[in-house]
Design a protein around this ligand. Structure first.
Ligand code: ASP
Ligand code: MG
Length: 824
């Protein structure tokens, strides 16, 4: 046997789907249904209307009843066809025949006992079961409705009756003898009867309980609860976009979740399962193919530490804190506080004891706060007067955040990850416990932090997928390429690398736009044009810092970014930069940036500042880190000047080659920054500092590619005009080099073999045997001669300029950074 239970909203909203699923279940399936939609609430309303109306006035209640009947008929008619309408109406009228009389009785008496209320409520489930049985018969099945009151024996606590298990099980066994194997029985959920036969109900949402009781009595092999949520979610979907159904939970975990106000299954529902070991599955009628959540006896312990877990947040709670003074030795604060609250009927959601019991933090529902305060003040009044107790502290607006996982207390670092995720966002934990059951860890946080806290903890435990949030500064050549590459690769990155790289914001020179849920990178340019507002870096960074793995990406060529980096690092934001300037500023500033990153435990990556995305900085850093001694760094770092050299060697006039390089995105915004050699000098300086030299830019001996007089032109038009003028002279020089069998290259040299290391950049006519002659197009090349690489230098070579490769390098830095954080 199998048991399937259908929730009220599924029956009301997807009647045909319910029938289909029930039918697919086959003959050996027992069905349990709840009342359609909000029928139970409507029946309660009818009771109120009857009771509260003028004496004997039952009209409003009967109107409510009529509406209910009409809706029930309509639900089934819509699914089964108009030809059945008369028959369905007759059926529903028959099932509800006693209701008008009952409601009139209530109206006449102006009161309704709990017993009578249960009688009224029972109609909801009886109508639902009758309709489903009818529907199955229309599909050619033998189906019959069963009033579960005929087998659910309860005590007489009407409204929320306790089930007498042995008697109920005996009844099922007796009844089952008469059940035909080829008939599908559709049981009402929620309903019971006393031994004397008076109708009772099992409490709100009691149908699930009926289903697990029936499953146990029938020794069913499994039970499925079909509802309108896809399963037990890893987090509250209204807070966490990425919440998804947990594939598996143990009974005990489910109990833990039930105790935390997760409404999906009442803890009582689990009891018959715990006792029988029958697995339960929660699935959605909205998506019948999805697996949903399986709940069974299997406790996946320490071996499965990375399986998904649930994060719950309980809001509208209040934190009480009691703390003793020196005089409080032995007054037993904790036990007295807890028993006072128990006596006052206050539910304690959380209690955390100070070591030695000299203080306690207690969480109660806001609704019970006055009662709790009164109870605590009463028991401790005398102690407070005596000075043995400090004043009772109350903190409103808090949330109880809990992570539930069977592996808790077995797997290492669960608490570390939990608190680490909160700490990374700067969320203050006011109190915490790791449950005695070791299946839960809880923290009390400010209510205002709830969404961020839930998301962070959820991500730390449930997302193999990592969310990374980028704030892109600069939408020039490189920035634009970063945007388009982010857009193009998004899907693949999610699919293949579990990485959700989000564009939190974009800032141009004057305007910025940002969105916590992320911008579409491909449309970011237009969004910036349309919605951009003057930017305030502090506000941007503050917002960015609230998101998982925040990264500031600097694709500007701006001079004054160092304070921005410092502000970002201070907030826990990582920095990835293609901008050389902050690194090539004073040595003092350089060290302060690196130190700030180290202090904040954040990354500052800048691979693209030398040779675009070629692994030059990283390679050198690794040599230094591993204790190699660098002797000589020589290379053509500037892809731009490399490209120009090749073009002019091939006979292209210099001015034309520069214009083309600019078009291709090989140059800095103003090409003179390349031609002056300044850009190459900055790169040499960055590498020198990477080696550990406390060098300043002024120490780099720079010979420009073209004379200073040309470089002086600020205006691009004038600049190009001057270049054209120079073309002939330059050509003369090239011809001279060629005659000597030499090749023009713009080289940088950091020579560390000298007592005082030298840094030089400049044009060189290299002989044909030099490795730099091999460079084509915008290729860059660096040779590291070190103690280990003494005879054959370590050479890195490849395309070293251009928006696309630089952008790819920027993204590579972002990826390397997030991989480092994930440890893979
Ligand atoms: N119809 C009842 C209620 O609304 C029982 C159930 O839905 O499980 O509480
Ligand atoms: Mg319900």
């Amino acid at each position: 046997m199998k048991v399937m239970k259908f929730g009220g909203s599924s029956v009301a909203e997807r009647f045909a789907q319910v029938l289909q699923i029930a039918e697919d279940g086959g003959d050996d399936t027992a069905i349990v249904v709840s009342a359609l939609g909000d029928t139970t609430d409507q029946l309660l309303r009818a009771i109120e209307e009857a009771r509260e109306g003028k004496k004997g006035q039952s009209e409003p209640a009967l109107d409510t009843l009529r509406a209910l009947v009409d809706r029930s008929v309509k639900v089934a008619t819509d699914a089964l066809g108009a030809q059945h309408e008369a028959e369905l109406r007759e059926l529903v009228d028959r099932v509800t025949a006693d209701l008008p009389r009952l409601l009139s009785g209530i109206a006449a008496l102006e009161e309704c006992s709990k017993a009578t209320a249960d009688r009224v409520l029972s109609f909801g489930e009886r109508v639902a079961a009758s309709l489903v049985a009818f529907g199955l018969r229309q599909r050619g099945r033998n189906a019959e409705m069963v009033d579960s009151g005929t087998w659910t024996v309860t005590d007489d606590s009407f409204g929320s009756a306790a089930v007498l298990w042995d008697e109920s099980a005996a009844r099922v066994r007796a009844l089952a003898i008469g059940w035909h194997p080829a008939t599908v029985y559709v049981h009402t959920g929620f309903l019971g009867r006393t031994r004397g036969g008076r109708p009772t109900t099992l409490g709100r949402n009691g149908s699930d309980y009926t289903a697990t009781l029936l499953a146990r009595a029938l020794s069913a092999s499994e039970i499925t609860i079909w509802t309108d949520v896809p399963g037990v979610m890893t987090g509250d979907p209204s807070l966490v976009d990425e919440a998804y159904p947990v594939p598996h939970l143990s009974y005990r975990e489910t109990l833990e979740l039930g105790g935390l106000g997760l409404r999906i299954l009442h803890p009582r529902t689990i009891v018959p399962l715990l006792e029988s070991g029958i697995p339960l599955r929660i699935r959605s009628t909205l998506d019948p193919a999805a697996e949903g959540t399986r709940i069974d006896a299997v406790a996946l312990g320490g071996t499965a530490r990375d399986r998904p877990t649930c994060v719950t947040s309980l809001e509208d709670v209040v934190l009480f804190e009691l703390e003793g003074s020196q005089k409080s030795e032995g007054i037993g604060i904790a036990p007295r506080a807890l028993s006072a609250l128990a006596e006052a009927g206050v539910d304690v959601w959380f209690a955390s004891l100070a070591p030695r019991g000299n203080g306690i933090a207690i969480l109660v529902a806001r609704a019970q706060v006055d009662r709790a305060r009164a109870a605590l003040e009463r028991v401790f009044a005398a102690d407070e007067v005596r000075g043995a107790l400090q004043k009772l502290r109350t903190t409103d607006d808090v949330t109880l955040l809990t992570l539930v996982a069977e592996a808790m207390g077995q797997a290492p670092n669960v608490a570390g990850r939990f608190f680490g995720a909160l700490g990374a966002l700067g969320i203050n934990v006011r109190a915490a416990t790791q449950g005695a059951t070791s299946r839960a860890i809880s923290a009390v946080v400010s209510q205002a932090d709830t969404p961020a806290a839930v998301r962070a903890v959820h991500a730390a435990f449930n997302l193999s997928r990592e969310q990374v949030n980028l704030l892109l500064l600069g939408v020039g050549t490189v920035g634009s390429q970063v945007l388009s590459q982010l857009g193009e690769q998004r899907e693949a990155r999610l699919r293949d690398h579990d990485l959700d790289l989000r564009l939190f914001g974009v800032a141009g020179r004057t305007k910025a736009v940002h969105r916590a849920e992320g911008l579409d990178p491909t449309a970011a340019h237009e969004t910036l044009q349309r919605e951009g507002a003057p930017w305030n870096i502090d506000a941007l960074l503050d917002a960015l810092a609230r998101l998982p793995v925040p990264i500031l990406v600097d694709c500007t060529a701006s001079d004054d970014m160092a304070p921005v980096y410092l502000a970002a690092l201070r907030r826990g934001i990582h920095v990835v930069a293609a901008n050389k300037k902050p690194l090539a500023d004073t040595f003092a500033q350089y060290t302060s940036l690196r130190a700030a990153a180290r202090r904040a435990h954040r990354a500052y990556r800048y691979e693209t500042t030398v040779g675009a995305s070629l692994p030059i900085v990283e390679t050198l850093a690794n040599l230094v880190r591993t204790g190699d001694r660098v002797r000589l760094v020589e290379g053509s770092f500037s892809g731009t000047l490399g490209y120009l050299s090749n073009e002019v060697m091939a006979g292209v006039p210099l001015s034309r080659a520069v214009a083309r390089a600019k078009e291709l995105g090989y140059t800095e915004p103003h090409p003179r920054d390349d031609l002056s050699g300044k850009d190459a000098a900055r790169k040499a300086l960055i590498l020198a500092r990477e080696v550990g030299l406390p060098a300043e830019l002024a120490q780099v001996v720079v010979a420009p590619f073209v004379p200073e007089s040309i470089l002086a032109h600020e205006d691009l038009g004038d600049f190009f005009a001057a270049l054209e003028h120079f073309d002939a002279a330059f050509d003369e020089r090239i011809r001279g080099l060629k005659a000597e069998g030499r090749v023009l290259r713009y080289l940088a040299r950091i020579d560390l073999t000298q007592p005082v290391p030298t840094l030089e950049v400049g044009p060189v006519g290299v002989p044909a045997a030099h490795p730099a002659t091999r460079l084509r197009g915008s290729e860059a090349f660096v040779a590291f001669t070190t103690e280990r690489y003494a005879e054959y230098p370590l050479v890195v070579q490849g395309a070293g300029a251009g928006g696309a490769v630089t952008a790819a390098g920027v993204i590579a830095d972002v990826l390397a950074l997030s991989q480092g954080l994930r440890g893979r």
